[in-house]
Design a protein around this ligand. Structure first.
Ligand SMILES: [Zn+2]
Length: 495
């Protein structure tokens, strides 16, 4: 292993930082993890650990128990090998080529002009350092290292369940110090397709584009309860309100760029009879005023503009236009239920992420989430009912189930006990309204996994500003060492 550079000199735990630094010299962009897989393979061989790889290229390394802990339940420690390789265009460094230059900034470690890869290099380095240190007691460990986490949890989705044999999984991909995460949301995508007839515009019809922009957007799960505007819904609302005083027909209706984000932009092209143009413009302007007021506190820059445009197709019929605007109005977007376990946490939500016009068809794409799998069928049934009322169809794709918090979990009890013992105060126990690999993995293994997730403080992941708090790495390490010890004593999982 390369000698530590000066920025890491003296940092504890030394073995962790040495492994972390080695990882910064190895390219590991998502889907191109071969060099880091080879690095881990050689390391495992050097220590005589058995390593297996599945067809999805995920790795598991089986580490025997330390003396006296052989009968403890096996524990799976898990993190991902890949990292997001972003860089400032002017930077000479590039993580995709294994060129990360570490920079110390007070208590923070960052990278010069690029992502750092602390997400999730800290997990891989911690696993390697932990099992090398014979003074740290643990039961049988499975080090599960997934690939392609940063591209839709691809590796975990392709996991061969025979890689995992334990009943406790500790995920090391959380980014908030002081928190133990014990739940996350599963998700299902749906598409409402409404096919509708078009017919030529009236003579002399004016074509107008109504554009919504300026909203804050945000993550469609974590940000769903912030009261921000959804550009697709705002556009639908403005057009419905206008339709009461000024008739028009839709030519197209599009908005949103990603299922994962609250739409910030949307545009509808409308065909308006020349004598109705002024009334239409006035009606949209009046609606825009009310909408801006509705979001005055949460999203004050949302705006609606009307401009002349070109029509590239005949408009839909009046009836079709009404049905499509009805569908947009009915599709729910926002939180649907709050967590019974944690304050201010959403349990179930749905977000209308995209509207797409293709030929004669309008498609409304939603992403629905819940940590409570049994709540999801009602959400999907609602979207299905809307599709049918609009004369359309619903397409559905289940992604993965939720991780429902279990406050009686043995892993959580161990995490809390160790945290309080080591840090002298209780941890914050929480869950996230977004997807985590652990939920996918637990869905694959076919039996109930007891799961826990924690990590050091990592800020601005996936950007060249990514940084990890050095003191929290040492806290993360102490917690991890304590948890594997605690879970392997006297039968393990004692509460
Ligand atoms: Zn990660």
């Amino acid at each position: 292993m390369a000698a530590e550079t000066s920025v890491l000199t003296g940092l504890e735990p030394r073995a962790f930082w040495a492994h972390f630094e080695a990882l910064t010299r190895i390219a590991r962009p998502s889907r191109h993890e071969e060099p880091v897989i080879e690095h881990v393979r050689q390391w495992a061989a050097g220590h005589g650990f058995e390593l297996r790889q599945d067809e999805g290229r995920n790795l598991v390394i089986n580490v025997p128990a330390t003396p006296g802990r052989e009968s403890a339940p096996p524990i799976t420690l898990q993190g991902h090998l890949d990292m997001v390789c972003e860089r400032d265009p002017a930077s000479p460094n590039d993580p995709a080529e294994g060129r990360i230059v570490l920079v110390r900034d007070g208590d923070w470690l960052t990278a010069d002009g690029t992502t750092l890869g602390a997400d999730d290099g800290v997990a891989i380095a911690a696993m390697m350092a932990l099992v090398e240190d014979s003074s740290l007691p643990h039961g049988p460990l499975e080090l599960l290292m997934t690939v392609a986490e940063e591209v839709g949890l691809e590796g975990a989705n392709a996991l061969d369940p025979s890689l995992v044999g334990g009943s406790i999984l500790v995920n090391l991909d959380s980014e908030e110090d002081g928190k133990l995460t014990v739940g996350c949301a599963g998700s299902t995508d749906t598409w409402i397709h409404v096919d509708a007839p078009r017919e030529p515009a009236v003579d002399g019809a004016v074509t107008l584009a109504v554009t919504v922009s300026g909203g804050k957007g945000g993550h469609s799960g974590m940000g769903i309860a912030l009261g921000r505007s959804n550009a697709v819904k705002v556009l639908g609302r403005a057009l419905r309100e206008a339709s009461r005083t000024a008739p028009f027909r839709l030519v197209s209706f599009d908005g949103g760029k990603s299922r994962n984000a609250i739409p910030r932009d949307a545009v509808a092209v409308c065909s308006v009879a020349p004598e109705d143009e002024q009334a239409f413009r006035a009606a949209v302007a009046s609606s825009a005023e009310t909408i801006r007021d509705a979001f005055a506190k949460t999203d004050p820059d949302v705006s609606i503009a009307v401009d002349r445009a070109d029509a590239r197709a005949d408009p839909w019929t009046s009836d079709a236009t009404a049905r499509q605007l009805d569908a947009v109005a009915l599709v729910p977007t926002g939180p649907l239920a709050l967590s019974p376990d944690f304050d201010d946490l959403v349990e179930t939500s749905t977000s209308l992420g995209e509207a797409i016009t293709e030929g004669d068809q309008l498609t409304l794409h939603s992403l629905s989430r819940s940590s409570n799998d049994s709540a999801m069928p009602e959400v999907i049934a609602t979207l299905d009912a809307i599709a049918r009322l609009a004369g359309g169809t619903l397409e559905e794709k289940f992604n993965y189930g939720g991780w429902r918090p279990n406050l009686d979990s043995a892993a959580l009890a161990a995490g809390k006990a160790v945290y309080e013992r080591v840090f002298g105060e209780p941890p914050i126990v929480t869950a996230v309204h977004a997807g985590l690999e652990s939920a996918v993995i637990s869905g694959k293994v076919g039996y109930e996994l007891d799961m826990l997730s924690f990590g050091p403080q990592i800020e601005f992941p996936h950007s060249p500003d990514e940084r990890v708090s050095v003191p929290t790495v040492e806290r993360f390490w102490k917690l991890l060492v304590g948890v594997v010890d605690e879970l392997s004593t006297s039968g393990g999982g004692k509460a």
